[in-house]
Design a protein around this ligand. Structure first.
Ligand code: SF4
Ligand code: FES
Length: 252
C-alpha cells in the first residue's frame, strides 16, 4: 500500500512488439472485497476510459476476464486485491495474440477445440434413445472431473509447451477430447483419438502439470492427457495385433 493505496502497473498498447507498448501505473484506493475486475472498471470509469479489457458475468462463470496478475493467470473477477502485494502488475494472458492492452484473441484456443471436434457426435443408438449412464459407472467416474471447463484459457496461458510450439493443441482442447473419447455415446472417438495422437497432440505434453495447477475450476487437463496417452497406446497395440492376425507386416 502506498499512502493507503495500491499501485497497479497495467500493460498498454496493441499487439506484441507494438512501439506503443508500455506499462502505465494507476493508484487505486482499495474498497472492502475489491477485486482486480473492480479495479479495472474503476480505472476505466474514473481515470482512463481508453483501457481495454474483457469481462461478462463478474461472478466466475464465463471465464472471459482471465488475465495475468503478477505473472500468474487468474480470473480478474475472483481475485481479491487484499491477496496481492503493494504493487500489482496486470498483463494479458500468455500464449495468445494480443488485440489491445489486456484483451487477447482467443482464435488459436478455439481452433484447438475445432481440431479435436469438441462437440458430441452421437452413435445411432444414442441419437435414437436416451442413453442411461449410471453415476457410479466407470465411464462416468472417469469423465466427471473433466466436464466443468468454461474455456477461460487460463490453462492455455500457463502451458510452457505452448510457449515452444504454438501449434500444440493445448490442455483445454485435449481435456475436452478426453471427455468425448471416454463417452460410449460418441461415434467419433476413433477420429478424435487419431487427431490428438498427431504431431501437435498428446505426445508434445511433458506432464509438467502447470495447467492443472492454474485451473480455477479444479480440473486436471494433464491427467486427461495422460488418459488419452494410455488410450492411444492401447489402440496402437490393438492395430498392431490385428495387423499380425490379418497376415500383414506391422506398418505395411
Ligand atoms: S481447463 Fe480450467 S483453466 Fe483450462 S480453459 Fe477449462 S476452466 Fe479454464
Ligand atoms: S467475468 Fe465471468 S468469470 Fe470473470
Amino acid at each position: 500500500m502506498v499512502g493507503g493505496g495500491v499501485i497497479f502497473r497495467v500493460r498498454r498498447g496493441g499487439e506484441a512488439g507494438d512501439p506503443q507498448e508500455r506499462y502505465q501505473t494507476y493508484a487505486i484506493t482499495p474498497r472492502p472485497r475489491m477485486t482486480v475486475l473492480d479495479v479495472l472498471t474503476s480505472i476505466q470509469s474514473e481515470q482512463d476510459a481508453s483501457l481495454v479489457f474483457r469481462y461478462s458475468c463478474r461472478v466466475g462463470m464465463c471465464g472471459t476476464c482471465a488475465l495475468r496478475v503478477n505473472g500468474r493467470p487468474r480470473w480478474a473477477c475472483r481475485t481479491l486485491i487484499t491477496e496481492l502485494g503493494e504493487s500489482v502488475t496486470l498483463e494479458p494472458l500468455a500464449n495468445f495474440p494480443i488485440i489491445r492492452d489486456l484483451a487477447v484473441d482467443m482464435t488459436p484456443f478455439s481452433d484447438g477445440l475445432k481440431r479435436v471436434r469438441a462437440w458430441a457426435e452421437p452413435t445411432e443408438a444414442a441419437a435414437s434413445a436416451p442413453a442411461r449412464i449410471p453415476p457410479s459407472s466407470r465411464e462416468r467416474v472417469r469423465i466427471d472431473p473433466h466436464i466443468e471447463c468454461i474455456t477461460c484459457g487460463i490453462c492455455y496461458s500457463a502451458c510452457s509447451m505452448l510457449g515452444h510450439d504454438p501449434a500444440f493443441l493445448g490442455p483445454a482442447a485435449l481435456n475436452r477430447a478426453y471427455t468425448l473419447v471416454c463417452d460410449s455415446r460418441d461415434a467419433a472417438s476413433a477420429e478424435r483419438l487419431a487427431e490428438v495422437s498427431g504431431e501437435q497432440g498428446i505426445w508434445r505434453c511433458h506432464s509438467q502439470f502447470n495447467c492443472t495447477e492454474a485451473c480455477p475450476k479444479g480440473i486436471s487437463p494433464a491427467t486427461a492427457i495422460q488418459g488419452l496417452k494410455r488410450q492411444a497406446a492401447a489402440s496402437g497395440a490393438k492395430s498392431f495385433v490385428s495387423s499380425i492376425i490379418g497376415g500383414r507386416a506391422p506398418g505395411a
